[in-house]
Design a protein around this ligand. Structure first.
Ligand SMILES: Cc1cc2nc3c(=O)[nH]c(=O)nc-3n(C[C@H](O)[C@H](O)[C@H](O)COP(=O)(O)O)c2cc1C
Length: 186
């Protein structure tokens, strides 16, 4: 079974995660890695893992547009973001990605991962002063300091583990003629 990991990344965080997922997946399955920046890939895999950086609470524009073209695949969705990965905003941001693919595909799993704001964005926010969401508030400064090194190796490994397990589970369901709904189960 062929797996395609397709991602979009502005400052390299999502790329780091996508590479880790693809490298680990390639140890068990035929797997290719594609950066959307290099053009639109031909979708010849059965499982498509789609990675985006969160922009305004959802997939970045290029990935969102691409996601809407994916049809009839087993799909996994992952993202990196500047907010805490266990925040309501993060959950909303991954749900926004799932929403782009859930009607036309089987969603086998998802993974939210802490990313980091680029130094350029942080400098821009620092110019906004210390008040408000997009400012250099003391709370934001603390988060930026910790998040600067994310995604960590542990987070990348967990992402890879998540999807390798889900691919296997998807295969098992297929063998038994079961539909695997994963994240869409209530
Ligand atoms: C224009 C812009 C908008 C962003 N919007 C959000 C957002 O709504 N929520 C969030 O948590 N992070 C947001 N971020 C942070 C990025 O999602 C985060 O830094 C991500 O890890 C970047 O991934 P990349 O290095 O692959 O580009 C935004 C970053 C940029 C540049």
């Amino acid at each position: 079974m062929k797996i395609q990991v397709i991602y979009s990344s502005l400052s390299g965080r999502t790329e780091k995660l996508a590479r880790a997922v693809a490298d680990e997946t390639a140890k068990k399955y035929e797997c290719s890695l594609h950066n959307l920046k290099d053009g639109t890939p031909t979708l010849d895999g059965e499982v498509i893992l789609l990675g985006y950086w969160v922009d305004k609470g959802g997939p970045n524009k290029e990935m969102k547009q691409f996601m809407e073209t994916v049809e009839g695949k087993a799909v996994g969705v992952f993202c990196t973001l500047g907010a805490y990965a266990d925040s309501a905003h993060a959950i909303h941001s991954i749900e926004a990605g799932i929403d782009c693919v859930k009607e036309k595909n089987i969603v086998i799993g998802s993974y939210i991962c802490n990313g980091a704001l680029s130094e350029k964005i942080i400098e821009m926010f620092r110019k906004n002063g210390k008040e408000g969401t997009h400012s250099a508030s003391p709370e934001n400064e603390i988060r930026w300091k910790v998040m600067a090194n994310h995604p960590t190796k542990a987070e990348c490994d967990l992402g890879a583990e998540r999807f390798i397990e889900r691919i296997w589970i998807y295969e098992e369901h297929k063998k038994q003629n079961l539909i695997f709904k994963s994240v869409l189960l209530n």
